[in-house]
Design a protein around this ligand. Structure first.
Ligand code: PLP
Length: 388
């Protein structure tokens, strides 16, 4: 069989590790999973009740392509209130998770050869999505000693005639980096001056810790013409499998996205959309409760890691992950793929290699799993490494 060369991209390594871990589990092995890209929590009952009610009311047909009006209304109202944004219903698009929102944006905005700037360590799918659209990812590297923050000078120097957009992950996967208002203003200013779009991926916005404030690019209204915001029900509401995400942007963009969705997936599952409406109605209870659960898991991870490995991790201010240098585990190797492969094969502990995020010498560990899982996983990892 002959395949399209467009698919000459690597498969998602995070999903691949997770799949291998699940396979071992299915074969009856005890696997300690620190690779999960999601908060492992029950979807709150009010959301499930709303989904059941939608099914019973037979709300099971195709929906409008850009989403049901009720969800576009509650989503835009939530964003506007939460972050001081100003998006209308017509500027709100419902899609199959933030992931398809990002994919659809790349397909909508990039022509062959167009450049999209992405910031490493970056979420595994950005580069592939840009390539799938025929674009060219331009990778800017950041450093741990600079809190993984984008240097505006680097950004300015990387811009060319072909630069179309910057993909900015505020509250990042894998580093948890969180930008201040001033930093965002500087980035958006540089981009606006050169007429470059900023796709702001804000899917972890509710999972901020230690009293940090989350600043959304949507709150910087003077840049509305060049800012596109991607959101999701997945992480903030514990709804990863429901596949509901959003794009907020100018109406002309939303119309293009609607055309693309109409010719591809048609719409997000009707039941999931009704469940999302209920989730937003209870956002003031659900998000703080998610945040508290995950802050507690993050802190347990920190304490256990320090107790076992005698190494103090940097506390991520946002998100679901620790991005840990291999030296923290007391090993000398630098190849993160080899390290994660042998640890999964021999100790049944799943972590994601930094190489998947374009950053060698690190691994990503998720604290989205239960506290017991964190404690047992770190103990198993330590017991294995001690023997080596
Ligand atoms: N953006 C980032 C940075 C992510 O980590 C993820 C998922 O892991 C997504 C977007 C997409 O999430 P979803 O499609 O579940 O909304």
């Amino acid at each position: 069989m002959k395949f399209s060369t467009r698919l000459n991209i690597p498969p998602s390594e995070t999903l691949a590790i997770n799949t291998l871990a699940n396979k071992k589990k299915a074969a009856g092995e005890r696997v300690y999973n620190l690779s999960a890209g999601e908060p492992l929590v029950q979807t709150p009952p009010v959301i499930i009740d709303a989904a059941v009610a939608a099914l019973q009311a037979e709300k099971t047909n195709y929906t409008p392509m850009a989403g049901i009006l009720e969800l576009r209304e509650t989503a835009s109202t939530w964003l506007n209130k939460q972050y001081g944004a100003d998006f209308s219903v017509a500027e709100t698009f419902v899609t199959n998770g933030g992931k398809f929102g990002l994919y659809a944006l790349c397909q909508t905005l990039l022509n062959p050869g167009d450049e999209a700037i992405i910031i490493a360590p970056y979420w595994v799918s950005y580069a592939a999505m840009v390539q799938l659209a025929g674009g060219c990812p331009i990778v800017l590297h950041t450093k741990e000693e600079e809190q993984w923050k984008l240097d505006v000078g680097d950004l300015e120097r990387s811009i060319t005639q072909k630069t179309t957009c910057l993909i900015l992950n505020n509250g990042s996967n894998p580093t948890g980096v969180l930008y201040t208002k001033e930093e965002l203003q500087n980035i958006l200013h540089v981009c606006a001056q050169r007429n470059i779009l900023v796709i702001s991926d804000e899917v972890y916005s509710g999972l901020v810790y230690d009293g940090h404030e989350y600043i959304s690019c949507s709150s910087l209204g003077q840049y509305k013409d060049t800012v596109i915001v991607v959101h999701s029900m997945s992480k903030n509401f514990g709804m990863t499998g429901w596949r509901v995400g959003f794009v907020f942007g100018r109406e002309a963009l939303i119309q293009k996205l609607t055309t693309l969705q109409g010719q591809s997936t048609s719409n997000t599952a009707s039941v999931s959309q009704w469940a999302a409406v209920a989730a937003f109605e209870h956002a003031n209870d659900i998000i703080p409760s998610m945040q508290a659960t995950l802050q507690s898991r993050r802190d347990i991870f920190f304490t256990e890691f320090e107790r076992i490995f005698h190494y103090q991790l940097s506390l991520p201010p946002c998100g679901l992950y620790y991005f840990i240098p291999l030296t923290a585990f007391g090993v000398r190797e630098t190849d993160s793929v080899a390290f994660c492969s042998r640890v999964l094969a021999e100790a049944n502990v799943a972590m994601v290699p930094g190489a998947a995020f374009a950053m060698e010498g690190y691994v990503r560990c998720s604290f989205g799993v239960s506290e017991d899982e964190i404690i047992e996983a770190l103990a198993a990892l330590h017991a294995y490494l001690k023997k080596k």
